[in-house]
Design a protein around this ligand. Structure first.
Ligand code: C2E
Ligand code: CA
Ligand code: CA
Ligand code: CA
Length: 279
């Protein structure tokens, strides 16, 4: 076949980019992506705000599609949710993340807790609790080493069922974390109605904490409320030393964000953790 000239190639790329915006194309490309090994996980450190010790890591999904190029999760997760493919994908994430923690045994990351993001569809799957306990057993993790991150949307989707499933997971010893806190429907009754143990304060509030009195008061109030409810607090999107200092002073337990580390590959995380071992 005749090789495309530079102009033609650009027209082709522009057209591809336009097409790629189409959820249908993403949906099609997602179909075989698990089997074709196109997914991988990166891990972002979550450190103790007081000691700086690395205590948890959040697993974040990455998709390198040969057809569409690197695709951010915010683009393809909603598509996978619409088609129900998120169940297979979420199961892959669960297994992969637990396997990685298993591989970290006897390293400096021996006792790390892994946080994974879970969609509403997964919680509605009658197999979910079984899948979780099997992943723990198969990979030799103790249940406290796994934490599931849910958004407020997940909680309201099917509240009665979710409440039951979360109670079962907590009974197993698995942690439940409320992600993006403050951005969603934010009914404070969720905090007592569900079996949560961690609140993740959304980046939107953390971002302005140094310069906006309003964000500062809001974060302060969330932390105070979390303390009185016996919840662990994680601040997301910590990008500066100033933010970290303010959050630590306010009594936030854990910090996550580019100031500490970007999401990185397992070997890089091991290296990072080496420098942050317990004193
Ligand atoms: P999230 O759970 O709120 O994850 C945090 C996002 O913020 C990540 O984006 C992370 O890379 C980014 N981030 C972390 N620190 C900073 C910071 O200091 N500054 C800024 N600007 N950003 C920061 P990412 O990896 O693109 O993921 C986006 C969203 O996709 C996640 O938001 C989560 O909702 C979803 N997601 C990712 N992996 C999975 C997964 O395995 N399953 C499901 N269901 N959703 C996932
Ligand atoms: Ca999350
Ligand atoms: Ca979040
Ligand atoms: Ca988010």
């Amino acid at each position: 076949a005749k090789k495309a000239g530079r102009g033609e190639q650009r027209v082709f790329n522009d057209a591809m980019n336009a097409v790629a915006k189409d959820a249908l194309v993403i949906d099609g490309a997602l179909r075989d992506a698990i089997e074709a090994n196109e997914f991988y996980l990166v891990y972002q450190a979550i450190t103790n705000a007081h000691t700086g010790k690395l205590t948890k890591v959040e697993a974040l999904l990455r998709w390198n599609s040969p057809l569409l190029g690197p695709m951010p999760p915010d683009r393809f997760i909603p598509v996978a949710e619409d088609s129900g493919m998120i169940i297979a994908l979420g199961t892959w994430v669960l297994e992969q993340a637990c396997r990685q923690v298993g591989l970290w045994k006897h390293s400096v990351l021996d006792d790390v807790t892994i946080s994974i993001n879970v969609s509403a569809w997964q919680l509605a799957d009658p197999q979910f609790v079984t899948l979780v306990s099997q992943a723990l057993i198969r990979n030799g993790l103790s249940p406290h080493q796994l934490e599931l991150e849910l958004t407020e949307r997940v909680l309201i989707e099917d509240a009665a069922n979710v409440q039951t499933v979360l109670a079962q997971l907590r009974a197993l010893g698995v942690g439940i974390s409320l992600d993006d806190f403050g951005t969603g429907y934010s009914s404070l009754s969720y905090l007592t109605q569900f079996h949560l143990n961690t609140l993740k304060i959304d980046r939107a509030f953390v971002m302005d904490i140094e310069h906006s009195e309003r964000s500062n008061s809001l974060v302060h109030a969330i932390i105070a409320m979390g303390h009185s409810l016996g919840l662990q607090l994680v601040a997301e999107g910590v990008e500066t030393a100033g933010q970290a200092a303010i959050l630590e002073k306010m009594g936030c337990h854990y910090l996550q964000g580019y100031h500490i580390s970007r999401p990185i590959l397992p070997d890089e995380l091991l290296h990072f953790a080496d420098g942050r071992a317990a004193p």
